[in-house]
Design a protein around this ligand. Sequence first.
Ligand code: SF4
Length: 490
Amino acid sequence: MAVRGWRPAAAAIAAARPGGGGPGGAPGPAPALERAPEAGAGAAAPATAALYVHWPYCRKRCSYCNFNKYVVPVVDEAAVRACLVREARTLLRLSQVQSVTSVFFGGGTPSLASPGTIAAVLEAVAGVAHLPAGTEVTLEANPSSASTPRLAGFRAAGVNRLSVGVQSLDDAELRLLGREHTAAEARGAVEVARELFPGRTSIDLIFGLPGQSRGAWARGLEAALGLCDDHVSLYQLTLERGTALAAQVWGGALPTPPQDLLADMYQTARTMLVAAGFRHYEVSNFARKGALSTHNLSYWRAEQYIGVGPGAHGRFVPRGEGGHSREARVQTLEPDNWMREVQSQGHGTRRRVVLSPLEQLEELLALGLRTDEGVTRERWGCFSPQLSLEAVFGAPGEAKALQEQGWLILDSGGLRCTMKGLALLDSLLPDLLCQLQRCWAPPAMPEEGSCARLQHPEEDPVGGSGAGGEAVGRSGLAGAVSRNIQSQNR
Ligand code: SF4
């Protein structure tokens, strides 16, 4: 398949790099099996998908981080690159995706990868699917690996949006978080990023640190507003088991941030960002001048996405099986195991679970309500042509009560949270999910735990989770995808 609409610069870099492209790292042209087959006539599934690519390595562990990342003395980048390329090709082919709507390089620290690796993956994607010119291609950058030449290299490779992990502009807070960079380095990285990616530089900030006051947070945010471009992601610090910071807090060495203070910090941030012209378009995300993240919107709209790389998650919509089907996929977590699997079978998919119609609706609800557009009637109808939003949430019950209390809106646009409801989404969701489950009359389903077969002869069976694999149970899928998206969205 010809490369359509992709940057020649990416092709040039890919051609110049060593050993890239072929299965198992073997150089040479892509084999025929890595072409995307045509979709079957009348297939209901969409032929588009967002693509997430996970770079699993970091130079240092941050004190709060429980993401799937690895700190190793040496990274065999050529091998990792070959596996990312091969897995991207394989999964695009298996999913029969014809056009990729966005690409997101997350991690780990993908700004530690060389621009040649980023170019190679983009070139592989463009070789098996349509990657229209101007498609959003985001890369997460750590300020400590965001020099001007490096960022310029990423831009030449095809990246057109940068997400900079600033986290704080206070050196003491950065030390507490175990970040590798200083506030000055973060400032410098954002300034360079804004020059190279004007209007398309996002920054991540964390609030709710142990001992952080509301005033300190507000001052930090004020400083960040003086630095940022048109997209800001805010994350409340969560203490995760197994992290150094959680051990300090739970051991009593650091104070636990009170819930009231955390709520106050969130409201403060929202007020300040909205006053600065930002739209609060998702629980943790703010944009102005239309600079919303296309890639993350595709998660929240429950669209198809493909996860490439160790531990990446995906949602496949298998084609040709009739109806609206959706399959959760998780790639093998540990990079060396993942690479062995990719080298031997073309992909490192560790787990596949077909989501029941109810589970699909639960995901749609849990993700869609994170956004200010909510769950539109049109989108709901794609997943539930028989049972309307009105039939579920317009009937007397929990949702009606939440509407009357001003937390929720159900109107001709669909179902969405009010601004005050958005801040309390986690508390509203259990009631809404209960109401959905009561209304849902399950159609005939495959047996519990069974996996749908894809229609491609090259597909290898993937069984239950083994060593190093991550189980995706039927319960808690909405939570799992929500966490996954958080980690893919820093
Ligand atoms: S927060 Fe980011 S940079 Fe820090 S250890 Fe985790 S993945 Fe690496």
